[in-house]
Design a protein around this ligand. Sequence first.
Ligand code: CA
Length: 232
Amino acid sequence: MATIMIVEDEQAISLLLKYNLEKEGYETICIAHGNRVISAVEKSNPSLILLDWMLPEMSGLELCRIIRNNPEYKNIPIIMLTAKGQEEDKVRGLSAGADDYVTKPFSVPELLARIKTNLRRVTVVASTQKKEYVFQDIRLDTVQKKIFRGENYVRVGPTEFRILQLLLTNPRQVFSREDLLKEVWGNSVYVELRTVDVHIRRLRKALNEFGPDYIRTIRATGYSIDDHEVEE
Ligand code: CA
Protein backbone atom coordinates (compact mmCIF):
# COMPACT_ATOMS: atom_id res chain seq x y z
CA MET A 1 0.00 0.00 0.00
CA ALA A 2 1.11 3.53 -0.72
CA THR A 3 2.81 5.62 1.93
CA ILE A 4 1.72 9.25 2.10
CA MET A 5 3.94 11.79 3.78
CA ILE A 6 1.99 14.57 5.49
CA VAL A 7 4.07 17.71 5.96
CA GLU A 8 1.97 20.05 8.07
CA ASP A 9 2.73 22.05 11.22
CA GLU A 10 -0.88 22.52 12.29
CA GLN A 11 -1.51 19.47 14.39
CA ALA A 12 -5.29 19.49 13.93
CA ILE A 13 -4.96 19.34 10.15
CA SER A 14 -2.18 16.79 10.30
CA LEU A 15 -4.28 14.51 12.51
CA LEU A 16 -7.34 14.94 10.31
CA LEU A 17 -5.32 13.92 7.27
CA LYS A 18 -3.65 11.02 9.06
CA TYR A 19 -7.00 9.69 10.27
CA ASN A 20 -8.68 9.91 6.87
CA LEU A 21 -5.76 8.51 4.91
CA GLU A 22 -5.30 5.56 7.25
CA LYS A 23 -9.03 4.88 7.02
CA GLU A 24 -8.51 4.58 3.24
CA GLY A 25 -5.72 2.07 3.82
CA TYR A 26 -2.70 4.31 3.27
CA GLU A 27 0.30 4.34 5.52
CA THR A 28 1.19 7.80 6.76
CA ILE A 29 4.23 9.66 8.01
CA CYS A 30 3.62 13.02 9.68
CA ILE A 31 6.29 15.70 9.70
CA ALA A 32 5.77 19.10 11.30
CA HIS A 33 9.14 20.78 10.64
CA GLY A 34 10.41 21.88 7.28
CA ASN A 35 14.01 20.98 8.05
CA ARG A 36 13.13 17.35 8.80
CA VAL A 37 11.44 16.67 5.49
CA ILE A 38 14.40 15.77 3.29
CA SER A 39 15.89 13.25 5.72
CA ALA A 40 12.42 11.72 6.21
CA VAL A 41 11.96 11.41 2.43
CA GLU A 42 15.35 9.69 2.20
CA LYS A 43 14.42 7.28 4.96
CA SER A 44 10.88 6.36 3.91
CA ASN A 45 10.70 7.02 0.16
CA PRO A 46 7.00 8.00 0.22
CA SER A 47 4.63 7.36 -2.71
CA LEU A 48 3.24 10.89 -2.47
CA ILE A 49 3.84 14.02 -0.40
CA LEU A 50 1.17 16.39 0.92
CA LEU A 51 3.12 19.56 1.48
CA ASP A 52 1.94 22.55 3.44
CA TRP A 53 3.12 25.89 2.06
CA MET A 54 3.61 27.73 5.36
CA LEU A 55 5.98 25.77 7.59
CA PRO A 56 8.41 26.73 10.32
CA GLU A 57 12.08 26.86 9.29
CA MET A 58 11.60 26.16 5.60
CA SER A 59 8.72 26.91 3.27
CA GLY A 60 6.86 24.23 1.37
CA LEU A 61 7.78 26.00 -1.82
CA GLU A 62 11.48 25.75 -1.04
CA LEU A 63 11.11 22.08 -0.09
CA CYS A 64 9.26 21.39 -3.30
CA ARG A 65 12.17 22.79 -5.30
CA ILE A 66 14.72 20.76 -3.35
CA ILE A 67 12.79 17.52 -3.88
CA ARG A 68 12.29 18.22 -7.57
CA ASN A 69 15.99 18.91 -8.05
CA ASN A 70 16.95 15.57 -6.55
CA PRO A 71 17.08 12.93 -9.30
CA GLU A 72 16.10 10.20 -6.84
CA TYR A 73 12.98 11.88 -5.50
CA LYS A 74 11.90 14.14 -8.34
CA ASN A 75 9.17 11.74 -9.50
CA ILE A 76 7.36 11.60 -6.17
CA PRO A 77 4.01 13.38 -6.71
CA ILE A 78 3.66 16.49 -4.56
CA ILE A 79 0.33 18.08 -3.67
CA MET A 80 0.73 21.53 -2.13
CA LEU A 81 -1.64 22.47 0.68
CA THR A 82 -2.09 26.13 1.26
CA ALA A 83 -4.29 28.80 2.70
CA LYS A 84 -3.34 31.06 -0.15
CA GLY A 85 -5.88 30.77 -2.89
CA GLN A 86 -4.57 33.37 -5.24
CA GLU A 87 -3.80 32.52 -8.80
CA GLU A 88 -0.22 33.82 -8.66
CA ASP A 89 0.58 31.59 -5.68
CA LYS A 90 -0.84 28.65 -7.53
CA VAL A 91 1.36 29.36 -10.52
CA ARG A 92 4.36 29.77 -8.19
CA GLY A 93 3.60 26.44 -6.55
CA LEU A 94 3.30 24.67 -9.87
CA SER A 95 6.44 26.37 -11.18
CA ALA A 96 8.32 25.06 -8.16
CA GLY A 97 7.40 21.57 -9.28
CA ALA A 98 4.19 20.72 -7.43
CA ASP A 99 1.91 18.36 -9.35
CA ASP A 100 -1.27 19.58 -7.81
CA TYR A 101 -2.55 22.27 -5.48
CA VAL A 102 -5.28 22.23 -2.83
CA THR A 103 -6.49 25.33 -1.03
CA LYS A 104 -7.39 25.26 2.67
CA PRO A 105 -10.01 24.73 3.90
CA PHE A 106 -10.19 21.65 1.69
CA SER A 107 -12.79 18.93 1.46
CA VAL A 108 -11.45 15.55 2.52
CA PRO A 109 -13.19 13.59 -0.28
CA GLU A 110 -11.76 15.97 -2.88
CA LEU A 111 -8.27 15.68 -1.47
CA LEU A 112 -8.57 11.87 -1.41
CA ALA A 113 -9.66 11.92 -5.06
CA ARG A 114 -6.65 14.02 -5.97
CA ILE A 115 -4.30 11.73 -4.09
CA LYS A 116 -5.72 8.73 -5.97
CA THR A 117 -5.35 10.45 -9.32
CA ASN A 118 -1.78 11.51 -8.63
CA LEU A 119 -0.83 8.02 -7.50
CA ARG A 120 -2.56 6.44 -10.50
CA ARG A 121 -0.70 8.67 -12.92
CA VAL A 122 2.61 7.33 -11.68
CA THR A 123 1.32 3.78 -12.17
CA VAL A 124 -0.02 4.48 -15.67
CA VAL A 125 3.39 5.68 -16.82
CA ALA A 126 5.09 2.72 -15.14
CA SER A 127 2.84 0.20 -16.86
CA THR A 128 2.97 1.69 -20.35
CA GLN A 129 3.81 -1.11 -22.74
CA LYS A 130 5.94 0.88 -25.10
CA LYS A 131 9.42 1.26 -23.67
CA GLU A 132 10.76 4.08 -25.76
CA TYR A 133 9.48 6.99 -27.83
CA VAL A 134 11.76 8.78 -30.24
CA PHE A 135 11.22 11.98 -32.17
CA GLN A 136 14.19 13.57 -33.93
CA ASP A 137 16.89 13.83 -31.23
CA ILE A 138 14.36 13.47 -28.37
CA ARG A 139 14.14 10.09 -26.68
CA LEU A 140 11.73 9.24 -23.87
CA ASP A 141 12.52 6.06 -21.98
CA THR A 142 9.48 4.80 -20.06
CA VAL A 143 11.45 2.14 -18.18
CA GLN A 144 14.14 4.45 -16.81
CA LYS A 145 11.53 7.26 -16.74
CA LYS A 146 14.04 9.55 -18.35
CA ILE A 147 14.13 11.93 -21.28
CA PHE A 148 17.24 12.42 -23.39
CA ARG A 149 18.04 14.90 -26.06
CA GLY A 150 20.98 13.60 -28.04
CA GLU A 151 23.46 12.68 -25.31
CA ASN A 152 21.91 15.06 -22.82
CA TYR A 153 19.68 14.04 -19.95
CA VAL A 154 16.66 16.35 -19.78
CA ARG A 155 15.35 16.91 -16.27
CA VAL A 156 11.57 17.28 -16.02
CA GLY A 157 8.88 16.66 -13.43
CA PRO A 158 6.40 13.76 -13.66
CA THR A 159 3.67 15.87 -15.23
CA GLU A 160 5.97 17.17 -17.99
CA PHE A 161 7.11 13.61 -18.59
CA ARG A 162 3.54 12.43 -19.11
CA ILE A 163 2.72 15.36 -21.39
CA LEU A 164 5.73 14.63 -23.59
CA GLN A 165 4.90 10.93 -23.63
CA LEU A 166 1.38 11.74 -24.81
CA LEU A 167 2.60 14.13 -27.51
CA LEU A 168 5.10 11.51 -28.67
CA THR A 169 2.42 8.83 -29.07
CA ASN A 170 1.26 10.79 -32.10
CA PRO A 171 3.76 13.29 -33.48
CA ARG A 172 2.23 16.13 -35.51
CA GLN A 173 -1.22 15.44 -34.12
CA VAL A 174 -2.63 18.43 -32.28
CA PHE A 175 -3.76 17.68 -28.73
CA SER A 176 -6.20 20.17 -27.27
CA ARG A 177 -5.74 21.39 -23.71
CA GLU A 178 -8.84 19.35 -22.85
CA ASP A 179 -7.21 16.22 -24.35
CA LEU A 180 -4.08 16.83 -22.31
CA LEU A 181 -6.06 17.39 -19.13
CA LYS A 182 -8.03 14.20 -19.67
CA GLU A 183 -5.06 12.02 -20.56
CA VAL A 184 -2.45 13.44 -18.23
CA TRP A 185 -4.46 14.55 -15.21
CA GLY A 186 -7.44 12.21 -15.51
CA ASN A 187 -11.14 12.92 -15.57
CA SER A 188 -11.92 13.00 -11.90
CA VAL A 189 -9.94 16.09 -11.02
CA TYR A 190 -10.76 19.68 -11.74
CA VAL A 191 -7.69 21.38 -13.14
CA GLU A 192 -7.78 24.70 -14.92
CA LEU A 193 -6.77 24.83 -18.57
CA ARG A 194 -4.07 27.35 -17.67
CA THR A 195 -2.30 24.65 -15.67
CA VAL A 196 -1.59 22.84 -18.94
CA ASP A 197 0.19 25.93 -20.25
CA VAL A 198 2.33 26.16 -17.11
CA HIS A 199 3.54 22.59 -17.54
CA ILE A 200 4.06 22.97 -21.30
CA ARG A 201 6.23 26.02 -20.61
CA ARG A 202 8.30 24.01 -18.17
CA LEU A 203 8.64 21.10 -20.57
CA ARG A 204 9.63 23.39 -23.40
CA LYS A 205 12.24 25.15 -21.29
CA ALA A 206 13.85 21.86 -20.25
CA LEU A 207 13.87 20.41 -23.78
CA ASN A 208 15.02 23.54 -25.57
CA GLU A 209 18.16 23.76 -23.51
CA PHE A 210 19.60 21.13 -25.85
CA GLY A 211 18.03 21.81 -29.24
CA PRO A 212 15.36 23.49 -31.36
CA ASP A 213 11.80 23.90 -30.14
CA TYR A 214 9.62 21.12 -31.52
CA ILE A 215 6.62 21.85 -29.34
CA ARG A 216 4.08 23.79 -31.33
CA THR A 217 1.47 26.02 -29.79
CA ILE A 218 -1.60 26.11 -31.97
CA ARG A 219 -3.42 29.15 -30.77
CA ALA A 220 -6.89 28.54 -29.32
CA THR A 221 -6.46 24.84 -30.05
CA GLY A 222 -3.63 23.16 -28.22
CA TYR A 223 -0.20 21.64 -28.63
CA SER A 224 1.70 19.19 -30.79
CA ILE A 225 5.22 17.97 -31.28
CA ASP A 226 6.29 18.77 -34.79
CA ASP A 227 9.47 19.50 -36.74
CA HIS A 228 7.68 21.50 -39.43
CA GLU A 229 6.70 25.11 -39.09
CA VAL A 230 3.06 25.41 -38.17
CA GLU A 231 0.94 28.44 -38.96
CA GLU A 232 -0.32 29.93 -35.75
CA1 CA B 1 1.24 25.67 8.11
